[in-house]
Design a protein around this ligand. Structure first.
Ligand code: HEM
Length: 444
């Protein structure tokens, strides 16, 4: 299998540290769809052919585990929560959490997401009669909304009191996880390195907040009893899992559930600011509902809005890399691979594969109006048994938040606009934030 030689690797690790997305694009262009990486101690392959990707994540998934450096690093913060867990006990946790993401439940939390968006927009954008637009860092606005939405919809808790702490702790955690994941040689967890000490402090801070959430709920009883069913926190408390495992799941959901949604909304708004006609069409479609959008409308009621979201997630998939380890020998792209092989899959790359996507760099939502377009090579939420549990929630939340913002504001580009560089952390975020102009719409 072609790939960089061991001699290239020192340069490669420097590039990976600096700008992993560009490095992956370069490697794929140079070596093709199946690329061997000389990672010390482990055979490693970068997979870009959708058939190989599907084999590892879906059809052959039982032979490929999450026992990789990436998920070990994440697990240092989240513990063996749903996202990082490589153990069979993952299934028990997934079953316990699943009803919190069912359609019936999503239908009742739309108003919470709606309120989270309205409150954050009101406090971030100067109100009053002045019609002039103001420059707002949409990235931090979307982080606030997404964190608040997770708190209200999944924990029936007001996280705003903790918001500053949580945002700081999760972005710190994300930074540390990325540094850990990129280090060539794993350091022992007990070693008193600066990174280890910081990780421990961050994890402790997250533990304190989640312990408080659990204690508050135990003292208060069920969140929304009766016809509303129960939220994620209630389900976990009823599941009989030990408190530490419940805390792991809460930390997992806070990190996985807000960083990703915030990033996708941010990039979507940038694309809408760059394409005012697309923005007008989204606004018109949302208005044609004649009522505020719910978390379920993206499924059938709003085809254009959904196509815009899908296309934004194609160009800027927040989860830019996933990895698996072969638990036994297997065959990929006609090549025999030994047990222990590390498979690296980058939605960022698969979504830009020229063989599959015409004009892959262009923002063209209409491609998603065709039901089959590129679906086999589209995986912003992963594939197979470890598919994102929050997929429907995320798509619904994006629809509701876009609906609230576009109803009251126009989104535009500041003068001298230059696209911020995408920075690959746990999710792909814009370097230096996303300053866009929000102009109140007259008559609203
Ligand atoms: C798994 C992406 C939103 C919770 C995943 C995976 C991807 C992903 C790619 C699979 C990882 C792998 O196979 O290695 C995204 C994106 C989101 C999003 C792009 C937003 C646009 C959410 C939300 C939540 C969430 C809102 C929860 C509130 C999880 C969890 C898993 C997961 C718990 C692990 C599921 C399992 O292994 O059973 N996500 N996610 N995600 N996601 Fe999401």
């Amino acid at each position: 299998v072609p790939g960089p030689t061991p001699g290239d690797m020192a340069r490669a690790f420097r590039s990976i540290r600096r700008d992993p997305l560009s490095y992956l694009v370069d490697v794929q262009q140079e070596y093709g769809d199946l690329v061997a990486f000389p990672v010390p101690g482990t055979p490693a392959l970068l997979l870009n052919d959708p058939a190989d990707v599907r084999h590892v994540l879906q059809t052959g998934a039982r032979h490929w585990s999450k026992r990789t450096v990436q998920y070990a690093a994440l697990g240092r913060v989240t513990g063996p929560g749903l996202l990082a867990s490589a153990e069979p006990s993952w299934m028990q946790h997934r079953r316990a959490a699943a009803p919190a993401f069912h359609h019936e439940r999503l239908a009742v939390v739309s108003t919470q997401v709606h309120a989270a968006a309205d409150e954050a927009i009101r406090s971030a954008v100067p109100g009053g009669p002045a019609p002039a637009g103001s420059v707002v860092d949409v990235s931090s606005l979307m982080h606030r909304i997404a964190l608040d939405a997770v708190g209200r919809a999944l924990f029936s808790a007001d996280l705003t009191g903790h918001a500053r702490d949580l945002l700081r702790a999760t972005s710190r955690a994300a930074e540390l996880v990325v540094r850990l994941g990129r280090s060539i040689l794993p350091t022992a967890e007990w070693a008193p390195t600066v990174l280890n000490l910081r990780l421990r402090t961050t994890r402790r801070r997250l533990d304190v907040i989640t312990s408080e959430l659990i204690a508050q709920r135990r003292a208060r009883g069920p969140a929304l009893p009766g016809e509303h069913g129960d939220d994620l926190l209630g389900l976990l408390l009823d599941s009989g899992l030990p408190d530490q495992e419940i805390r792991d799941e809460l930390v997992t959901m806070v990190i996985a559930g807000h960083e990703t949604v915030a990033a996708s909304l941010t990039w979507t708004l940038m694309l809408l600011a760059e394409h005012p006609q697309v923005q007008d069409r989204v606004r018109a479609e949302l208005a044609s509902l004649g009522r505020p959008a719910t978390l379920l409308d993206h499924r059938a009621q709003l085809p254009w809005t959904r196509a815009v979201i899908d296309e934004a997630l194609r160009l800027y998939p927040p989860a830019w890399v996933v990895s698996r380890r072969a638990e036994q020998a297997d065959v990929l792209g006609g090549v025999a691979v030994p047990a222990g092989t590390l498979a690296i899959i980058s939605p960022w790359l698969v979504h830009r594969r020229p063989v599959t996507w015409s004009e892959p760099a262009s923002f063209r939502p209409d491609r998603f109006l065709d039901a089959d377009a590129g679906r086999h090579a589209y995986l912003p939420f992963g594939q197979g048994p470890r598919l994102c549990i929050g997929r429907a929630f995320a798509l619904g939340e994006m629809t509701v938040v876009l609906g609230r913002l576009l109803e009251s504001h126009r989104v535009g580009l500041p003068t001298g606009w230059q696209r911020p560089e995408p920075r690959a952390q746990v999710a792909v975020h814009p370097q230096g934030g996303m300053p866009l102009i929000l102009t109140p719409r007259t008559g609203t």
